[in-house]
Design a protein around this ligand. Structure first.
Ligand code: CAA
Length: 380
């Protein structure tokens, strides 16, 4: 067992830390306040090969491992949680399934430009009536000759307003339940596709999401991702990777909140000394530091298992469950350390509280993670 990062992993950490300090941290509050999509930062993510971290170089990616990916998302999210999830969705929820289930022709069209960052992808699973119950899809795809006619809608699609293509989940056989779900690769310039304005949200305001609609949208059969009826497995195995990304995002948010609390506790004085000399504050800082480290170990373990190519559903769910709930606890404690200033929009910590909240919800709520963990633990 080795807890040391290798040279490449350390270099990614250094590079992402520097990028976040220079380009993300100084802008994150402003982007949040104005709900600004971070156009230039996303362009720079592409230049730094951070939109296809674990995609092989032959398909436009950086060809690195998933520990590098987790490190990158943590560092980006430490600077700006919105930018962290924009990267995570393109990496894990879009590129990953195309890499795993796509044909060579599909990879050329739907992977290389996206891993390179020339184009952006999104993941169309959630529907108004199918969130946690992902098998209850009502977007329908009906085969007509060499194409499918797709009708339905999706919502809460992160990157949706900017995406050039969707990994889209549809129902091709309602009677078959989860075995009737089929995934497609759909360019967003396909006639019959429309999208709504970006959603108004409590946090991660710079990471736009939206509803999308499909009206008699014709998609060629060659755009099937995996086989007909295999879509639920495509979705679930993709989320096993995606949950590592969200856990890493939660870790980044927590670290930012923690580091600000540590700094503030050295500046702010009460009862004649810096507040960090009071045991009440020290205990909060000790809890925060311990929980952040514990979460990181879970995240890196899940990433290592993914690199080994073994099933890591439970480990990813544990990482996401623990890191997301930890990030909420840490952000709340950090706000408490800041006292009244923590509640002010002049500080970043109130944003971390709002940003942390979504990590317990998207890519599977904490309750869903517990279901996945229990199912795996109890079958052993
Ligand atoms: N990998 C591969 N196959 C898997 C799998 C995995 N991780 N998990 C399940 N499967 C397979 C099973 O082997 C089973 O296959 P068979 O039919 O061959 O037996 C099949 O899928 C059904 O499995 P289960 O019976 O375990 O499924 P279930 O219906 O009991 O539970 C669930 C499924 C865990 C509740 C699932 O519905 C789930 O994860 N829901 C949450 C969905 C979610 O995370 N949504 C987030 C949307 S994306 C998002 O938020 C994106 C964003 O914008 C940031």
């Amino acid at each position: 067992m080795n807890f040391e990062l290798n040279d490449v992993q350390r270099e990614i950490q250094r590079m992402c830390r520097e990028f976040a300090a220079k380009e993300l941290t100084p802008n994150a509050r402003k982007w949040d306040e104005h709900h600004t999509w971070p156009t230039d930062a996303v362009k720079k993510l592409a230049e730094l090969s951070l939109l296809g971290v674990a995609v092989p170089e032959q398909y436009g990616g950086a060809g690195l491992d998933n520990v590098c990916y987790a490190i990158a998302v943590e560092e980006l999210s430490r600077g700006c949680a919105s930018t962290g999830v924009i990267a995570s969705v393109n990496n894990s929820l879009y590129c990953d399934p195309v890499m795993k289930f796509g044909t060579e022709a599909q990879k050329e069209e739907f992977l290389t430009p996206f891993a390179r960052g020339d184009k952006l992808g999104c993941f169309g699973l959630t529907e108004p009536e199918a969130g946690s119950d992902a098998a209850a899809q009502s977007t329908v795809a009906v085969r007509r000759g060499d194409e499918y006619i797709i009708n339905g809608s999706k919502n809460w699609i992160t990157n949706g307003p900017k995406a050039d293509a969707i990994v889209l989940f549809t129902m091709t056989n309602k009677e078959a339940g989860h075995r009737g779900i089929t995934a497609f690769l759909v360019p967003t310039n396909t006639p019959g596709f429309t999208r709504a304005e970006p959603d108004k949200k409590m946090g991660i305001s710079a990471a736009w999401s939206c509803s999308m609609f499909f009206e008699d949208m014709r998609v060629p059969a060659k755009n099937l991702l995996g086989k007909e009826g295999e879509g639920f497995k495509v979705a679930m195995s993709t989320l096993d990777g995606g949950r590592i990304g969200i856990a890493a995002q939660a870790l980044g948010i927590a670290r930012s909140a923690y580091e600000e609390a540590v700094r503030y506790s050295g500046e702010r004085k009460s009862f004649g000394k810096p507040i960090r000399e009071h045991q009440a504050i020290q205990f909060m800082i000790a809890d925060m530091a311990t929980e952040i480290d514990a979460a990181r170990l879970l995240v890196w373990r899940a990433a290592l298992l993914k690199d080994k190519g073994v099933r890591h559903s439970a480990e990813s769910a544990m990482a996401k469950l623990y890191a997301s709930e930890m990030a909420n606890r840490v952000a709340h404690k950090a706000l408490q350390v800041h006292g009244g200033m923590g509640y002010s929009k002049e500080m970043d910590v109130e944003r971390h509280v709002r940003d942390a909240r979504i990590t317990e919800i998207y890519e599977g709520t904490s309750e869903i993670q517990r279901i996945v963990i229990a199912a795996n633990v109890l079958k052993e």
